[in-house]
Design a protein around this ligand. Structure first.
Ligand SMILES: Cc1cc2nc3c(=O)[nH]c(=O)nc-3n(C[C@H](O)[C@H](O)[C@H](O)COP(=O)(O)OP(=O)(O)OC[C@H]3O[C@@H](n4cnc5c(N)ncnc54)[C@H](O)[C@@H]3O)c2cc1C
Length: 445
């Protein structure tokens, strides 16, 4: 077999801008491409960006009969949504930050719990072939953690099918005896986020949304009571704009949004399809798996029998596919010693950008900004996009269609710049991730 050779420019890996063709989530068959906006249109709402958030918002607005135009700089799923690790996490790690919200996060939490199966529901309802499988999720630890037990109890009280498990069931689910303690979430699982995003966009179009690709928005100008959103070859006049661009760096319209977030490059990897023998050894229950507390080697086995994982690369080394795959293989060999006898090959390597609104990972929540009159931004989804993106799109579409923005699951707030923006990436990539690797290897946590 041919060795894996990454071929984008180093700088593109570092900025998460490697062509989407590198993403392992791209299917072999071609998906529809959306034509360039080449005219001047009128609509009620313009959605900028067709990732998980923009796709869901477009779909749910169109379903409610709202006239919507979606403008995507490239093609749907080009951003983080086509590049993630495929975990469908139906719980939240830390509810503490919600206490500061007006209603202590009650509306948010209730909506989140009610719609926790949104990925699987949308795929079923719209016939989306997104390899969405409710295979459950396991957080696996080397020793008991009170925080894990508390988390499981909390979500059980919300009606979740979840339990703390120890050695024997962990071994049965994961196929390894390395972990002594964990939480088995029987909800959640995996999805191909690229196919899922594209599926939502295709469904939006079937419901009347007009979607344009290769149409980067260059400016948003007020014209009387309305806005004119311009792309290189056309424009759209609308009552409202919703910006769903995730990382906003480089966008000239409302540049203050770029200061509301901590961008972080992450890399994703997919192995070549595993042999039947390996599939019996590694994660036989095919749960979405993550390690507690480090979460360093998230793992799913997808519908093509490939291992998919993600990590945070060292500064200036994001292009080093072999380095990060080697880290992963060493983890795999430690966890499943029998895999040392097999050749597991890298099939795809890519990078993408996450945008957080908090410098503390577990305190991060997405944001809904009131940027100007008639201009909203739904962004900073952090690493929770697969469930949050569709949920937020649904919730915001309901609120916009009924003109009751206060009903949205997220509170409306003014864009506020974050503090020490550059420091976050330095701290995470230079210190925290390398330290977490040592902790995991030495089984110190
Ligand atoms: C490696 C990695 C692993 C991850 N793992 C997981 C995981 O396992 N589970 C999970 O839930 N989440 C995960 N995430 C996070 C998740 O992918 C994101 O939270 C989510 O995709 C964000 O969706 P979005 O719609 O906000 O942004 P994006 O998907 O980034 O979409 C933004 C879109 O806006 C477009 N755009 C930007 N500027 C313009 C413009 N001027 N005009 C028009 N369009 C524009 C972009 O082209 C892009 O398509 C991961 C992310 C990465 C990078």
């Amino acid at each position: 077999m041919m060795p894996f050779i990454p071929s984008a420019r180093h700088a593109d890996y570092e900025t998460g801008a490697v062509p989407i063709e590198h993403s392992g989530w791209r299917p072999e068959q071609r998906l529809p491409t959306y034509k360039v906006l080449g005219e001047d249109l009128d609509t009620d709402i313009v959605v900028i960006g067709a990732g998980l958030a923009g796709a869901s918002l477009s779909l749910h607005l169109a379903e409610r009969g709202v006239n919507v135009v979606t403008l995507e700089a490239r093609q749907p799923g080009n951003g983080a949504s086509g590049r993630n690790a495929g975990h469908v996490q139906t719980f939240l790690d830390n509810l503490e930050p919600l206490r500061a919200w007006g209603d202590h996060g009650k509306r948010f939490t209730e909506f989140f719990v009610e719609h926790r199966n949104i990925v699987f529901d949308l795929c079923a309802r719209h016939g989306i072939d997104g390899d969405a499988v409710k295979s459950g999720m396991v957080e696996a630890a080397f020793r008991p953690h009170e925080a894990l037990a508390r988390k499981a109890a909390l979500w059980k009280a919300y009606g979740y099918d979840v339990e703390v498990i120890t050695e024997a069931p962990l071994r049965e689910l994961l196929g390894t005896g390395k972990y002594r303690y964990g939480v088995h979430w029987r909800e959640g699982g995996r999805v191909n986020p690229y196919l899922f995003t594209n599926g939502m966009i295709a469904a939006a179009v079937r419901h009347g949304a007009r979607v344009f690709g290769d149409s980067p928005v260059m400016s948003c100008r007020r014209e009387g009571q309305r806005w004119r959103v311009s792309t290189p070859r056309g424009s759209v006049r609308a009552q409202r704009i919703v910006i769903c661009t995730n990382g906003h760096a480089g966008n000239l319209f409302f540049p203050e949004l770029a200061r509301t977030q901590y961008p972080l490059v992450a890399c994703g990897m997919a192995s070549k399809p595993l042999s039947p023998a390996l599939l019996e050894i590694i994660n036989p229950a095919r749960v979405a798996m993550t390690q507690y507390p480090t979460g360093l080697y998230p793992m799913v086995i997808d519908g093509r029998n490939r291992l998919v994982t993600a990590t945070i690369p060292h500064p200036r080394r994001a292009h080093e596919a072999k380095t990060y795959f080697a880290y992963f293989l060493r983890y795999l060999h430690r966890t499943y010693p029998r895999t040392r006898d097999f050749n597991i090959e890298l099939g795809a390597y890519w990078t993408g950008i996450t945008a957080n609104s908090s410098s503390v990972y577990h305190e991060d929540y997405p944001k809904l900004y009131q940027v100007d009159d008639g201009v909203l931004a739904l962004m900073n989804l952090g690493t929770w996009g697969n469930v949050m993106g569709p949920q937020l799109g649904l919730s915001l579409a309901q609120a916009l269609a009924t003109e009751r923005l206060d009903d949205c699951m997220l509170p409306l707030q003014k864009p506020e710049p974050v503090r020490f923006q550059r420091l976050f990436e330095l701290k995470t990539r230079h210190l925290m991730i390398p330290l977490a690797r040592v902790i995991d290897r030495m089984q110190l946590a």
